[in-house]
Design a protein. Structure first.
Length: 170
């Protein structure tokens, strides 16, 4: 088992081919699992909705205006998160995913903490996110890190919208 301290978070440059492949694999796992949880299972990336398939096929293009953060353990990419550039003083966290073998080791917390710092450095005053209501562990993590539920900006059923002011994370 890898100790918590050996997990580092880096901003993806888009240049390292092995990181690109690892990011694409994490995004594929995220989207395939989400489709399954929504009751719309698909078995392959080719069957994902167009916009999700595009993220997996070309993360550089899909997230060109965002910061992609990777959690790494040695040379292995074990988690990812996307934080958008600020718009109207707000950044958004998207696509938080941790390789199941590395869950419970603080990977998601480290990614979120780094995303909050990234958003603050980019000039955002607030960070928002949306999470499916059935992802109760994720909702609890976001709450522990200072996010609170807010009025929904997305009409999809069972989607919880949350936000927090950028500042120190306790």
């Amino acid at each position: 088992m890898t100790p918590h301290s050996e997990i580092a978070v880096v901003r993806w440059s888009g240049e390292d081919p092995s990181q690109l492949d690892a990011l694409a694999a994490l995004l594929a796992s995220y989207h395939l699992r989400t489709q399954d949880e929504k009751g719309e299972p698909v078995t392959a990336v080719d069957s994902l909705p167009d916009r999700y398939r595009a993220e997996v096929r070309d993360p550089r293009a899909a997230f060109a205006d965002a910061a992609v953060l990777l959690a790494v353990c040695g040379e292995t990419v074990v988690g990812c998160l996307v934080v958008t550039a600020p718009a109207d003083g707000r950044s958004e966290i998207k696509r938080l995913w941790t390789d199941p073998e590395f869950r419970g080791r603080g990977v998601a917390s480290r990614l979120i903490t780094a995303a909050l710092a990234q958003a603050a450095q980019s000039g955002a005053g607030t960070v928002q996110l949306s999470v499916w209501a059935w992802r109760t562990a994720a909702v609890a993590l976001y709450e522990r890190l200072g996010f609170t539920a807010t009025e929904s900006w997305d009409a999809r059923d069972r989607l919880v919208c949350m936000e927090r002011v950028v500042g120190p994370v306790s």
